[in-house]
Design a protein. Sequence first.
Length: 290
Amino acid sequence: MEVHPYPPASQGEASLLAQAENWSPSEVEEKASFLLETARTALVTSGSSHEVKLDCIRWMADRLLGFVPVFELEDTLLYPLLGAVLEYLEEVLSMLVETTEENRVHLLSLVCTLVEHTERVVRHCMDQECGVGEVPSLPRVLPKILITTFTYLGRGEIIATTDLLKAELANCFSKSRNLMALFLGLVEEKKIRTVLEDELDILVSLCSELVSFHQVVIPLDFKLTCMVWRVYVKLTSTHKTRLVDKLDLTLATEVISSELCGQLAKFRQMLENSKDEGIGKLKTEILDPE
């Protein structure tokens, strides 16, 4: 039998953060580096409970973010925090369909909380004088957070079976939409130095993720989908020379063409199923013009 003479590290870290709740702002600032390391360690420790991880995410996003120099943001905060948010969201969202209605309310509220913490981090990064090379976890991990969230929100008819759940789901979508819009604004604003291979790789991956958004976002919000494509077009137009050999630029055209064909097929089917004489006449005019 394996014996653990000491309690898991996350217990001590959680205790320390609990004590720090009563510290003055000056005390928190003085010990910010230590608190950050404590929270970061708990996030990457496999034995940490969900409650401990959520508390660490809250501390890092709400109380410690402002004490991190821009050149330390990536390793000290963004990489561990966004990775933990993605992992947490995947676990929470995967339970939505199978659990009880009462638990769904709690889980959707938890999703909103995670999205809110993430939004604070993104807003902070927007205010910093840095390019994507200094904060690579934003363009690498945030699209995965958003795609994961929107994918499950797209199953709203299965998840939201009561008025309360519908309200929670709508609130969750609203916050996720705000995060998406904020992220797109950040992508447009931040400088991408494609002469650097690592930043070029980030751009290639980001453009691929933007194309992937179409399938999960268009059933939910057409305007948001258009915003995604606008950013994609801007990025690929600005950096076309560097992207032409790295990115399949025809994929976006194929996705849009497929969508248009699908919508036209649905429209035709709708016309054929209609019993209204006016619609039937319109169908004849469209399909068999003189």
